[in-house]
Design a protein around this ligand. Structure first.
Ligand code: PA5
Ligand code: NI
Length: 198
């Protein structure tokens, strides 16, 4: 086992088939109840929640000091499923320090990353095994699992001082939603989004 209290190099494996890290310090689980207001179909959301607080996604983190110079990293696992016709997805966030980037490496599954800037530019990029996704500074990001039955698994790396800003996205969501139409993912406008988030 690596002693991370010392600043010495260390390594660990990724168990792709079981979608976990060989070593991690923190395991975050996000459930349906933490996504209030994020899904378009409020009725379906409420009905599902009364039945079960479904586990939507999990994050395994290797702890590092949250300072510039460090690189925080870990593994995210977004489970398959839908709320109405909208796929399971992460909350999504801007980095608190807006001018910080992030790199994702997709290991398993199929999905997309929905991204946008504070100015309202948007991009939806495909995520599939073996592909690297670069999120430049200023772009909020949310991953969406578009598979019917497989986990979406990816490794991420971002600067130690980035922080997470969930506030703007919690208010209005992303500019675009990813929904299933005739068995396929399509991008639609989010009726709740508006340019002024104030
Ligand atoms: O740093 C990231 O962008 C990822 O590690 C995400 O935090 C992770 O996928 C979970 O998403 P969120 O933080 O939006 O709940
Ligand atoms: Ni991020």
């Amino acid at each position: 086992m690596t002693d991370q209290t010392k600043d010495v190099p260390f390594s660990f494996g990724i168990d792709v088939s079981n979608a976990t890290l060989e070593h991690y310090d923190n395991h975050i689980k996000r459930h349906l109840s933490e996504m209030a207001g994020q899904y378009q179909d409020q009725e379906v959301y409420d009905a599902l929640l009364t039945q079960e607080d479904v586990l939507l996604y999990e994050v395994y983190e290797t702890q590092r000091p949250e300072v510039a110079g460090e690189l925080l990293n870990g593994l995210s696992v977004v489970h398959p499923g839908k709320i109405g016709d909208e796929y399971f997805m992460t909350k999504g966030h801007f980095h608190a320090v807006l001018e910080t980037a992030e790199v994702y490496y997709c290991l398993k599954g199929e999905g997309v990353m929905v991204m946008e800037t504070p100015e309202g530019d948007w991009v939806v990029e495909e995520m599939r095994p073996g592909r690297v996704l670069c999120v430049p500074p200023r772009w909020a990001h949310r991953s969406v699992n578009t598979s019917a039955n497989e986990d979406l698994v990816f490794f991420f790396v971002y600067p130690g001082h980035s922080g997470h800003d969930y506030g703007a996205i919690e208010k209005t969501g992303f500019r675009k939603l990813v929904v299933e139409r005739d068995g396929k993912p399509v991008i639609i406008d989010n009726p709740r989004w508006h340019a002024s988030r104030g």
